[in-house]
Design a protein around this ligand. Structure first.
Ligand SMILES: Nc1ncnc2c1ncn2[C@@H]1O[C@H](COP(=O)(O)OP(=O)(O)O)[C@@H](O)[C@H]1O
Ligand SMILES: [Mg+2]
Length: 152
């Protein structure tokens, strides 16, 4: 496992993206874009929503079983109310909060383990052909958001 600690400032999202990309590239991972997007959402949340924003720190760990999966772990100083965020079961309405965690949960096996601690497990290789069922769901969500109704 490779770990780096970042300050609770907006620039850390970009720094964590680069860190994650470098670690996974050195291991030969072929799903780096997804990993970077996930870490970007999670570190942004730590900066925006956790106590790490008050001169605190955000820990990012990248670990992997090469050829099988990668795991991104993000730890922060926790929410002010001490309650771990809930991962939405469905796509939230446009403009409401919850889209970030929903996207992460669609791109990975995502777990909020405790307030201030979450991890995402994602496949080693990006799918070449999208899963038709997943693609169908996503298209349905997008069309619903845009108010366009059914796709066929
Ligand atoms: N690291 C975190 N610390 C505290 N609260 C969090 C954290 N991540 C997410 N949350 C809570 O979960 C909500 C949903 O997060 P997210 O889906 O990323 O949407 P958004 O960031 O746009 O509000 C946030 O509004 C916040 O209340
Ligand atoms: Mg967010």
């Amino acid at each position: 496992m490779t770990t780096k600690v970042f300050p609770g400032i907006p620039e850390s999202a970009s720094d964590a993206r680069h860190f994650t990309g470098e670690v996974l590239a050195s291991m030969g991972c072929a799903n780096i874009d997804a990993a970077q997007m996930i870490v970007s959402e999670l570190v942004t949340n730590s900066v925006r929503h956790s106590l790490s924003a008050r001169d605190g720190w955000i820990g990012v760990s990248v670990t992997a079983q090469a050829g099988d999966h990668a795991v991104i772990i993000v730890a922060d100083d926790g929410p002010a109310d001490g309650k771990a965020p809930a991962v939405p079961a469905e796509c939230p309405p446009l403009g409401e909060s919850g889209m970030g965690l929903w996207i992460v949960s669609r791109m990975s096996e995502f777990t909020v383990g405790a307030p201030g601690l979450c991890w995402a497990r994602l496949p080693w290789t990006a799918p070449v052909v999208p899963d038709p069922a997943l693609a169908g769901d996503l298209a349905g969500d997008v069309f619903a958001i845009a108010g366009l109704g059914a796709t066929s």
